[in-house]
Design a protein around this ligand. Structure first.
Ligand code: C2E
Ligand code: MG
Ligand code: MG
Length: 285
């Protein structure tokens, strides 16, 4: 029935044992995930973000699931399910709370007190009616400085309901939170919407970086995005930088902030805190 509905309704689908197996796996994964939330098996890893001098300016918090049998799982293995089942709401709340607690803890350390921490906010979480109040409450309870907190939204979230998005973004912005558009360039970016949103940063998607050395078009696209962002008063950060050659190319194209394996993988908190004690990342080709 679900398959028939997913294919546009008013159609027939025949039962296939493979469907049953996929369904059983899904149900198992969902119950395991609910348990994981109670057992602190869901954790955040942190990936550094650096400026043009490779000084650490912040981090992105990325979700990981310490699965009892399958080991450490990246979001690609479970985020779709988390979205579909609505589990993204409690998980998203947990991410927000954990990030705020972390920011508060970092205030005590001179190496981390100036860092910006970015979290990914999913469409379902953002659309909760009282999302703004929820954020306000978490900020009050944790005492985190909202100026250090950044929300990453996707282009699809923004265009899904522009009126609601603008309203909530403006209210959150008043609290002091900043905003980045994630994976920029992969969606249906509408310039008309972009200029209506109180955005601080465009995060240029890693797909433009991968072939930047061999594909001149990618360099032009990156340059164009940076020019447009600057004109609209936003800054830019490029994600997915893996080699010094890519970094050099991007620097020529006008990039001033980077994130990628070249500077550091997403790592557990203890490793991240070791990284930031070095303050500046050194890279070699
Ligand atoms: P994203 O927000 O675009 O995060 C960047 C992804 O790129 C991360 O994958 C990161 O590990 C990966 N990455 C970083 N540097 C490089 C690089 O140099 N090369 C390559 N090839 N990849 C790189 P990850 O951790 O698997 O996360 C995937 C996606 O899952 C994220 O994409 C984000 O959309 C989602 N996600 C992660 N954490 C959360 C969360 O807490 N809440 C929500 N709603 N979504 C999350
Ligand atoms: Mg992101
Ligand atoms: Mg991204």
């Amino acid at each position: 029935m679900y398959q028939a509905k997913a294919s546009g309704r008013n159609s027939l689908r025949f039962f296939d044992p493979a469907m049953q197996k996929a369904l059983e796996e899904r149900i198992l994964l969902e119950s395991e995930l609910r348990l994981a939330l109670q057992k602190d098996a869901v954790v955040l890893h942190y990936q550094v973000q650096v400026d043009e001098h490779l000084k650490i300016i912040g981090a992105e918090a990325l979700l990981r699931w310490q699965h009892p049998r399958r080991g450490l799982l990246e979001p690609g293995h479970f985020i779709a399910l988390v979205e579909e089942t609505g589990l993204i709401v409690p998980i998203g709340h947990w991410v927000l709370e954990s990030a705020c607690k972390q920011l508060k803890a970092w205030e005590r350390n001179p190496f981390s007190c100036d860092l910006q921490l970015a979290i990914n906010v999913s469409v379902r979480q953002f659309r909760i009616k009282n999302f703004v109040n929820e954020v306000r409450k978490v900020l009050n309870e944790t005492g985190a400085n909202p100026a250090r907190l950044k929300f990453e939204l996707t282009e699809s979230l923004v265009i899904d309901d522009v009126v609601d998005t603008v309203e909530k973004m403006q209210a959150l912005k008043k609290l002091g939170i900043s905003f980045a558009i994630d994976d920029f360039g992969t969606g249906y970016s509408s310039l008309a919407y972009l200029k209506r949103l109180p955005l601080d940063q465009l995060k240029i998607d890693k797909s433009f970086v991968r072939d930047i050395i061999v594909n001149k078009n990618d360099a032009v696209i990156v340059q164009t995005i940076i020019g447009m962002a600057t004109s609209l008063g936003m800054d830019t950060l490029v994600e997915g930088v893996e080699t010094v050659e890519q970094q050099d190319f991007l620097s020529l194209a006008g990039c001033r902030a980077y994130q990628g394996y070249l500077y550091g993988y997403p790592v557990p908190l203890a490793d991240f805190e070791q990284q930031i004690s070095r303050q500046v990342i050194s890279v070699s080709s």
